[in-house]
Design a protein around this ligand. Structure first.
Ligand code: PBG
Length: 332
């Protein structure tokens, strides 16, 4: 360029070499940011691959510690447990949800004993336990709100008693955070945290997860009367405000990648610990392209997760957690 003063501002200077890029980086992805969702099933010696989620499997209790051990060694702070309930013990009322010896509680007790430092996140909702696949009680095709809450309270209490550190209500009933907080507190679980699935959308991206749990084919209708409409954004802020007022310690936006705008708005308005769930369909989408050789595996995984940090997340629930942790460790 010949003109002496052209251009003064060259944004490319700060991209000139790796050390400068590292110095000016505004966000970083760390192992500390990751929560790994894990599917647990009944039986012995089970390691069943999940359809549409290459690399993800359901493991039986006898294999759970060995399955989780590498994630613990990599320094992943927490896992989120999802039980696969055998079809024959699912019923209309989701009775198994409040069994203090259900698969969720047995998994929590086992992991707490094996890895006392590992954080345990426990989903609270009836869908893994109901014969209709809905998150609450159903009457005349409608998911009942207030009537479902006592079950969620009981489910949460049993999870806390089994060693779950963070209760994560994913059911989207109104008022359940306050009710669960009161139950936990009145039973002495004052330090058990609540991570509210605050802005959870009625999304097509949960498909592979429902298949993993075996609730996909069971689901009657859809979840649009309780999960949020993907058209809405202001409403997500009202959901978060309610859950915080009711006692949530952390909030979550779900799904993740298609809802980065919601994460940003939540972060800016509330400045509270904010999480995103990069859900099963997002994983399936990325892995589909990766396995076809259409996207670069390592770069795609790290970029997809860094985007959540840039949007304002403190942490991310992701099926890529162990792989991402390995990549982060390799690169630092
Ligand atoms: C249960 C629940 C769902 C997910 C997490 N908890 C499914 C649903 O609401 O139908 C989805 C997670 C994923 O897709 O990875 N309420």
């Amino acid at each position: 360029m010949t003109h002496a003063h052209f251009p003064h501002t060259r944004l490319r200077r700060n991209r000139h070499d790796a050390f400068t890029r590292r110095l000016v980086a505004e966000n970083t992805l760390q192992v500390d940011d990751l929560i790994w969702p894990v599917f647990v099933c009944e039986g012995q010696g089970q390691q069943q691959p999940v359809q549409a989620m290459p690399g993800v499997s359901r493991v039986s209790l006898d294999r759970l510690a060995a399955h989780v051990a590498p994630a613990v060694s990599l320094g992943i702070p927490a896992v989120a447990l999802f039980p696969v309930t055998p079809l024959e013990i699912r019923d209309e009322a989701g009775t198994e949800a409040v069994n203090p010896d259900n698969l969720m509680c047995r998994s929590a007790r086992l992991l707490k004993k094996e890895f006392p430092q590992l954080g345990l996140v426990g989903d609270v909702a009836l869908d893994p336990y109901t014969s209709h696949g809905h998150d609450g009680l159903v009457e005349d095709g409608y998911v009942l709100n207030d009537e479902s809450i006592p079950l969620l309270q009981k489910q949460a209490l049993h999870e806390a008693q089994a060693g779950i550190d963070i209760i994560a209500p994913s059911d989207m009933m109104d008022g359940r955070i306050r009710a669960i907080r009161e139950t936990l507190d009145s039973h002495g679980h004052t330090t058990t945290r609540i991570m509210a699935y605050a802005a959870k959308y009625a999304s097509a991206f949960y498909g592979p997860f429902r298949d993993a749990l075996g609730s996909g084919n069971l689901l009657k209708g859809d979840k649009k009367t309780y999960q949020m409409d993907p058209a809405n954004s202001d409403e997500a802020l009202r959901e978060v405000a309610c859950d915080l007022a009711e006692g949530a310690d952390m909030v979550m936006v779900k799904p993740g990648m298609p809802y980065l705008d919601i994460i940003r708005r939540v972060r800016e308005k509330f400045a509270v610990p904010t999480f995103a769930y990069q859900v099963s369909g997002e994983y399936a989408m990325l892995m589909g392209a990766i396995e076809n050789g259409w996207l670069d595996r390592d770069q795609t995984i790290l970029e997809s997760l860094l985007a959540f940090k840039r949007a304002g997340c403190n942490g991310i629930l992701t099926y890529f957690a162990p792989e991402a942790a390995r990549l982060i460790r390799e690169r630092s």
